[in-house]
Write a protein that binds this ligand. Structure first.
Ligand code: SD4
Length: 322
């Protein structure tokens, strides 16, 4: 098949794509390639929204979500809200390969990671501390994520629901926009030339989130899904909304029923937009034969990175889905 192998990922994260692609070309396995790609983004802090030092939560802490799915057997590994470990993808791989569990969360995921030999270190950086400090200045204004009423002493919290009169409309609540500078995720699909598929994600989630918030990225069928018999999909966008629709699962099932990757990707995004007209997000879909497409809503254009084919000179390109 001349479309295989294939490495495709969300956004113009070309270094991640190139790292995954060269791993495959050097004879690495599909999972080595996927983990190399996602780890590269974690180390480069792609757009500030993958890896350490981005998206501080309300307490100023960065936490990480990541997942890996093996399309040959539906085995998976994920971490969610993991603290103080820089490489979430590697820990997701440990969960996949060394446990019978599917997902570990929070502090306990950190402890597991240290048992596996990973180093425990702060994920804060001067940049993430500045983002948090700026936000704290306005903390008593309603947080986008919460219907919080500041009390008269300008003390924030404990949270209580706003009165109806005060409450922002659903429309306002969901009008938060995702773009290249806010709230992105690497979602990557790797298919080797034998048709082995791995899909995965890595993110630091949403800025100023309530501590404990987990997005779509580590949720199977939401952030990513893969089945060697059909294909795979990976998502990026407002994960609080996206995880309600399992768009990656739906895209793979639509492929199974005969949809093209274009139609599958479009239907999954449209379905969310029908409920949440101002939702913004994107989906990348690939068939097991290496045909691929993307769809997006709520953004002008959605860049994604791809390298495919058996030719020696094949290399990473960025395509733009409108
Ligand atoms: C999340 N889906 O945690 C992630 C963030 C993202 O593009 O993908 N932004 O909600």
């Amino acid at each position: 098949n001349e479309n295989l192998p294939l490495v495709i990922n969300t956004w113009a994260f070309t270094e991640a794509n190139e790292a995954a692609w060269s791993t495959l070309k050097a004879g690495g396995s599909a999972i080595d390639s996927l983990v190399k790609g996602c780890t590269t983004c974690e180390e480069l802090q792609c757009d500030g929204t993958v890896g350490y030092g981005g998206s501080p939560d309300e307490n100023g802490e960065t936490t990480l979500d990541a997942m890996i799915i093996d399309g040959s057997n539906m085995n998976m590994g994920a971490v969610a809200g993991m603290k103080e470990i820089k490489s979430a993808s590697k820990v997701a791989r440990f969960v996949l390969e060394h446990t019978k569990h599917s997902m570990l969360v929070g502090e306990a995921a950190t402890n597991f990671a240290t048992m596996m030999g990973m180093q425990r270190e702060s994920l804060s950086t001067p940049k993430s501390q500045t983002i948090h400090k700026e936000w704290l200045k306005n903390k008593c204004q309603p947080n986008f994520w919460i219907n919080v009423v500041p009390d008269s002493n300008k003390q924030c919290g404990p949270y209580k629901p706003q009165s109806d009169a005060n409450s922002r409309s659903k429309q306002q609540y969901y009008s938060y926009k995702v773009d290249q500078y806010n709230h992105d995720t690497i979602g990557m699909i790797v298919i080797d030339k034998a048709g082995q598929i791995f899909a995965g994600t890595s993110t630091n989630g949403a800025t100023h989130k309530i501590p404990g918030r987990v997005g779509d990225s580590p949720i199977p069928g939401a952030g990513a899904y893969a089945d060697n018999a059909v294909g795979a999909a990976v998502a990026t966008g407002d994960g609080d909304v996206m995880m309600r629709f399992l768009p990656s699962f739906l895209a793979v099932e639509l492929l199974r029923m005969g949809a093209t990757p274009e139609d599958a990707a479009t239907e999954c995004m449209q379905r969310i937009a029908r409920f949440y007209p101002s939702f913004s997000g994107g989906l990348v879909v690939a068939t097991r034969m290496g045909q691929f497409a993307a769809a997006c809503v709520g953004m002008d254009k959605f860049p994604y990175s791809v390298a495919f084919g058996s030719a020696n000179n094949s290399s990473t390109r960025v395509l733009y889905q409108t």
